[in-house]
Design a protein around this ligand. Structure first.
Ligand code: MN
Length: 736
């Protein structure tokens, strides 16, 4: 039995909210019979009696509010009745059979659909979530009013979410952002989507919400005054041009701002469309005329003009967008669309009911076709994960859904690369990523991932991120990690260079480095306004300060530098080593046909050299191994012909490159033999890395490791050595 207090509260609803609902329905549907709504209300009143919401209000307030939201959509009385009854099967002793008996098949069917969706738990494992979404789509497609009721239900629950405990808030809000807001978006219901997103944002990320909220509030007064000025300018010009249009202004919604801040790494003041004007015209022709007027008034921002009238968005949104800069230097967006387009943008599929006197639009048909399509998919797709990925592509066109080889879903911004994927797994995987396989095939690191791709990242310990990656990555996580790494390591490198420069300068003055004391350096650092000697060294390394000037402060007055030539020793060991080994990874001399930046390496079993016929083989996890075509391993490897990949020697770009090649010379053991062999080698200006000789019974085997540029170079040496009297044979050893 309900308490007196509850009875009073319920009575209040009956005398205020319910008459309000009836009034709105009579207004929007003057010719429809509304008895069913009254009956549903009374049924709901009876069965929810004594129940309260988390807010302490009578439960009845919820179905009533849901019905009011539905009434705003000007939906039909059966759907309003179903809205009033939507929780009765779940939360009371009522069954679908009862509803069918009282209200007929149609209402029962809708209530059953909503009940089924309510039973779905979205906060479950991935596969289950997929299965659940599938169920929901099934219920939706059955009768589109099911999803409209569900959206109204969710909207009211979000509006009253503060009454729930924090962990429930978080789950419901996340689910709203993940599932309900995208569905509203897909159905073209911009208004409901906007409210769901802002409410979801507020509970999912309270701190982020607060920050954006404060940033907007701080600008609101000035922003509204600004928009007011712009609005009157536009009104005057439209009047002059004889165009009748409605002019509105708005400040961008918080969730949209937040998404932009995160996606573009910008501050609130850099958001081009923080302030926006909306001009709603009577005809498409007027839309373009207004665009001309706007561009005549203010300078458009290049690249920001979008014609969604000629090319509607996937959810059939139509509008012209442009961003312009005011005389005060503030940028703002102008959206221009017809009245019809505006209704569709705000209400989407719900506009179907609202303006049903007019013709049913082609867009409505297509929206419904999309839903039907979903059911078609569900028939064809037996794997729930596959279904999920197909569905999500459609719900979230801004994202791609990729998978690890083990089937874990990795969600990335559209056009993300394998580098983004690698960083999403682990920072270290990102840093050491050298290549990737997508669906089993090697791809370049700048490859654009698509939904459904299975991505396997190839790493190499010790590999380092490259600055070029910043131009490729799309996710903020990858960008931040790369930037951070570059900052830290560049500084370390700069400090090292700074120290070297100081050392070099010190030698010129014949000042032993150990005489330079830390406190002296500290003092100079302070003179430059720096905290520590390392900051000073980094500054020298970056070229901000000259090592000479810094050292001048350290050495006794009157010291003279000694001549540079005594110090410089160009072309020392280090430069030779660099020349031989080239870069620190991979092999730029070989490239895979059709792919720019695959990780390629020369197979150790045969060590092919430039000019040799080579074949590529896609390894499991190490990139493309390049073998000599003659390598005995190649035959064995080709058991898996799909792993073979065409490779070629890149055009010689003149940068010195050399490969170690090991030769064995079989010859007589005689005096002067070694000298003759080395003479042939040095005549061809070839570097000898190592030489070893074994003798036995007057015969010698001499192993020589040489730096060889290409096949021709090698052939010249082999021919030359073979001509030496007493040399029987020269063989190239595949292994070095
Ligand atoms: Mn409900």
């Amino acid at each position: 039995m309900a308490t007196l207090r509850e009875q009073i509260a319920t009575t209040a609803l009956t005398v205020t909210k319910f008459p309000e609902l009836m009034r709105r329905m009579r207004e929007s549907r003057p010719t429809d019979a509304l008895e069913i709504i009254k009956k549903a209300y009374e049924f709901s009143l009876k069965h929810h009696a004594g129940q309260t919401r988390a807010s302490g209000e009578p439960y009845l307030v919820h179905p009533l509010e849901v019905a009011l939201i539905l009434a705003d959509m000007k939906i039909d009385p059966a759907a309003i009745a179903a809205g009033l009854l939507h929780d009765s099967v779940e939360d009371t002793s009522v069954t679908v059979v009862d509803i069918r008996k009282e209200f007929g098949e149609q209402v029962a069917h809708i209530v059953e659909g909503v009940t089924k969706i309510n039973a779905i738990d979205f906060a479950t494992r991935e596969e289950q979530q997929a299965e659940n979404l599938r169920k929901m789509m099934l219920a939706m497609v059955d009768d589109i009013r099911v999803v409209l009721i569900k959206l109204a239900d969710r909207l009211h629950n979000m509006r009253t979410l503060e009454h729930l405990p924090p962990d429930r808030r978080q789950t419901i809000a996340q689910e709203t952002l993940d599932i309900y807001a995208p569905i509203a978006h897909r159905l073209g219901m911009g208004k409901i989507r906007g409210e769901l997103e802002d409410l979801g944002f507020r509970y999912v990320d309270p701190i982020g919400y607060q920050q954006v909220h404060e940033a907007v509030e701080a600008r609101r007064a000035a922003g509204e005054a600004f928009l007011g000025r712009v609005e009157s300018v536009i009104r005057d010009k439209l009047k002059e041009a004889g165009i009748t249009a409605q002019v509105e202004s708005r400040i961008k919604r918080l969730y949209s701002i937040q998404k932009k801040l995160l996606r573009q790494h910008i501050a609130v003041d850099q958001v081009y469309d923080l302030y926006a004007m909306r001009v709603i015209t009577r005809s498409v022709q007027d839309c373009y005329a207004v665009l001309g007027i706007i561009h005549h008034l203010w300078r458009p921002v290049p690249g920001r003009i979008k014609d969604f009238i000629a090319m509607p968005r996937p959810n059939f949104y139509q509008s012209l967008h442009t961003s312009v800069i005011s005389d005060e230097g503030t940028s703002f967006e102008v959206q221009i669309r017809t009245d019809e387009m505006h209704k569709m943008a705000e209400e989407g599929i719900a506009a179907h009911w609202k303006y049903k006197d007019g013709p049913v639009s082609a867009q409505d048909e297509q929206r419904l076709a999309w839903l039907r399509q979903v059911v078609e998919w569900q028939r064809d797709v037996s794997d729930p994960n596959e279904f999920l990925s197909t569905l999500k592509i459609d719900l979230y066109p801004e994202e791609v859904y990729t998978f690890t080889p083990k089937g874990k879903v990795v969600v990335l911004p559209r056009d993300s690369s394998p580098i983004d994927f690698a960083y999403s797994i682990h920072t270290e995987v990102g840093h050491t990523c050298v290549g990737a396989k997508v669906n089993g095939r090697m791809v370049p690191l700048r490859f654009k991932l698509h939904s459904g791709d299975i991505v396997e990242i190839l790493t190499q310990p010790g590999h380092k991120p490259s600055r070029d990656w910043l131009a490729v990555v799309k996710s903020s996580r990858a960008r931040n990690k790369i930037k951070h790494w570059l900052n830290v390591h560049q500084r370390e490198r700069a400090i090292e260079i700074g120290r070297k420069l100081i050392e070099k300068e010190a030698r010129k003055y014949r000042v032993p480095l150990k005489e330079i004391k830390e406190p002296d350096l500290q003092k100079i650092a302070s003179d430059y306004g720096l905290g520590r000697p390392d900051d000073l060294m980094a500054g020298i390394g970056y070229g901000k300060y000259s090592a000479r000037q810094v050292l001048a402060r350290l050495v006794p007055a009157g010291s003279e530098p000694v001549a540079d030539s005594e110090i410089e020793k160009p072309g020392g060991i280090a430069s030779v080593v660099r020349r031989v080994f080239g870069g620190d990874h991979g092999n730029s001399a070989i490239r895979v046909k059709g792919h720019g930046d695959l990780l390629v390496y020369r197979a150790r079993c045969c060590n092919p050299i430039r000019g040799e016929n080579v074949v590529g083989y896609v390894t499991r996890g190490k990139g493309v191994a390049v073998h000599a075509a003659s390598c005995p391993n190649v035959i064995a490897l080709m058991y898996e012909p799909e792993r073979k990949i065409e490779v070629e020697w890149a055009r010689d770009d003149g940068t010195p490159s050399a490969y170690p090649v090991k030769l064995t010379v079989f010859c007589d053991d005689r005096f002067g033999m070694l000298k003759q062999i080395t003479a042939v080698i040095s005549d061809s200006k070839t570097n000898i890395r190592n030489i070893e000789a074994r003798t036995n019974n007057g015969q010698a085997n001499i192993d020589i490791v040489l730096d060889i540029a290409d096949l021709k170079h090698l052939e010249n040496i082999v021919t030359g050595v073979r001509k030496i009297p007493g040399v029987h044979d020269v063989q190239r050893l595949q292994k070095v």
